[in-house]
Design a protein around this ligand. Structure first.
Ligand code: NAD
Length: 498
């Protein structure tokens, strides 16, 4: 039996006869790959395999598990260019960015392989003599990873590396909009010799993800996607008391003070707003700026953004990404039109450059002058649209106070940034931003991997879990406290205290 995969995908020609048709959004005539959607029987078999594999995989010492990650990393490194080319074709991301994304796999695997020799626990002081107390971290069980299309290679790696090093197994359910990079990622893990069933994938849309998340075998669910999907899966997970990690949408701001280095602001905001065609959870969506410098910054951004797509030759610059599909293209355009109706002023862009009839799906890099409170300033666009909010205040301090209220008055809390040379005000902002990621004199996108760099958001962006850094180990482990009494007699806690 084939799961009744979502009708909207069938309508878009993405899913036909039980198969996902993976098209290049920059050139929709090109079919990048096809993937058979898993049936319920196939999903059940994969879940069972995951459970069986877990019973053995969890017993291996973590440094031994690390060796598999290291072996896989040799293959990722050797095949980096080929994997980047595939990623570039399946989600349209510029090649330079695709190479960076494969490098993220390599970095995150390198970091978590090292964790195999740490995975620290705790030792404490017993209130009794001749007794030791310690707490260790142990794996939880089979995990299911439900991922978005915009980072189809790195995001699975952010989940898989800590899950594996901690001794869990997993099934990846990649986005139906870009499933190939996730498949290749899992294939390489298996090529590196992982025992059968430790790393698997399953194809399909949301209903396949939901089936896997609900299943009693699944003990961890990690989702990267929209708030709507995250909330739904979290409710499912809560019913089964499953560990649940959520990395969801964003509505990110950059604040610019009058003393900022405007060359840096120009480069940073351009990259933050239009990198990956604005389709990053961390994309810069709002620019909150002092009125005295706003025209200068807007005209610089307008000039640079226009160079990203040449309408005359119908060619985009090498560093400009298409929109993933027609539905999203229309959604972006609808949000811009609604903003204009609400009173926003269109500075540039605001139009569909290609609806697929020429080659792929392209939206013009757009700048709107908007007022805080308009829908465009509160909701995630997930496209190349920058809303500029100008504030006219007498000094930097009063500007920052107002800007900070605007930056924080949204339901999301992923990434914010501030450009200023005033270290006091810069650090004040760093402390006051309500988001999991904050940048001083850098754009909202481009998080690093490993160690102290914990990726994740506040408020509706997530549920407190973190990825890519050491805190990711929390998602994939549970604590066990062990009391060892070597006194040779019964010592009762809180009672037989000497
Ligand atoms: P989406 O929520 O539409 O889909 C994400 C995944 O959820 C897909 O694999 C999809 O098949 C699956 N899904 C859909 N319905 C489901 C259901 N009922 N049960 C289980 N699974 C279901 O998101 P998208 O369009 O792929 O990605 C864009 C969104 O992802 C944006 O909101 C973006 O901000 C967010 N995102 C967040 C991060 C982060 O780390 N915070 C990173 C990348 C993307």
């Amino acid at each position: 039996m084939i799961i009744n995969t979502l009708n909207k995908n069938q309508e878009m020609g993405l899913i036909k006869e039980g198969k996902i048709i993976n098209k290049n959004p920059a050139k929709i005539s090109e079919i990048v790959s096809e993937h058979k959607i898993d049936t319920i029987a196939e999903l059940d078999a994969k879940l069972k395999k995951s459970q069986e594999a877990f019973l053995e995989w969890r017993k291996l010492p973590a440094p031994t598990r690390a060796q598999y990650l290291t072996k896989a990393n040799v293959i990722f490194t050797k095949r980096k260019e080929e994997l980047a080319q595939t990623l570039h074709r399946e989600n349209g991301k510029p090649l330079e960015e695709a190479r960076g994304e494969i490098q993220e796999i390599i970095d995150v695997f390198e970091f978590f392989a090292g964790e195999g020799r740490r995975l620290y626990g705790m030792t404490g002081q017993s209130e009794m003599p001749n007794k030791t107390i310690m707490t260790i971290k142990q794996p939880i069980g089979p995990g299911v990873f439900i991922t978005a299309w915009n980072f189809p290679a790195a995001v699975p790696a952010w989940k898989a590396a800590p899950a594996l090093i901690c001794g869990n197994t997993f099934i990846l359910k990649p986005s139906e909009l870009a499933p190939l990079s996730g498949k290749l990622f899992v294939d390489i893990l298996n090529e590196a010799g992982l025992p059968e069933g430790v790393a698997q994938y399953a194809f399909g849309a949301g209903d396949v993800g939901e089936y896997l998340a609900k299943h009693e075998i699944t003990k961890i669910v990690s989702v990267t996607g929209s708030v709507e999907v995250g909330r739904h899966v979290a409710e499912i997970a809560a019913r089964g008391f499953k560990k649940c990690a959520l990395e969801l949408g964003g509505k990110n701001s950059t604040i610019v003070l009058r003393d900022a280095d405007l060359d840096l602001v120009e480069d940073g905001v351009l990259w933050g707003a239009y990198g990956t065609g604005g389709q990053r959870c961390t994309s810069t969506s709002r620019l909150i700026i002092e009125k005295s410098i706003s025209n200068e910054v807007i005209s610089r951004l307008e000039k640079r953004s226009k160079a990203l797509y040449d309408t005359a030759s119908n060619k985009c610059a090498d560093n400009y990404a298409p929109i993933i599909n027609k539905k999203q293209l229309e959604k972006i355009h609808g949000m811009v039109e609604e903003a204009i109706k609400e009173g926003a002023e269109l500075v540039c862009g605001g139009k569909i450059l290609d609806d697929g009839s020429k080659s792929g799906y392209y939206y013009a890099p757009t700048i709107l002058k908007a007022k805080h409170g308009m829908k465009i300033t509160l909701n995630e666009v997930f496209g190349p649209v920058l809303s500029v909010i100008e504030l006219d205040e007498k000094d930097k301090e009063s500007f920052l106070a107002k800007a900070m209220i605007i930056a924080n008055e949204v339901d999301y809390g992923l990434s914010n940034s501030i450009f200023t040379k005033d270290i006091n005000l810069g650090m004040q902002a760093v402390h006051e931003f309500e988001s999991g990621l904050v940048y001083l004199n850098a754009p909202t996108i481009g998080a690093e991997c490993g160690g102290a760099s914990q990726f994740g958001g506040w408020k509706n962006t997530g549920n407190g879990s973190r990825e890519s850094g050491v805190a990711a180990l929390e998602t994939y482990t549970q604590y066990k406290t062990i009391a060892i009494d070597y006194s040779g007699k019964l010592q009762r806690a809180q009672i037989d205290i000497e």
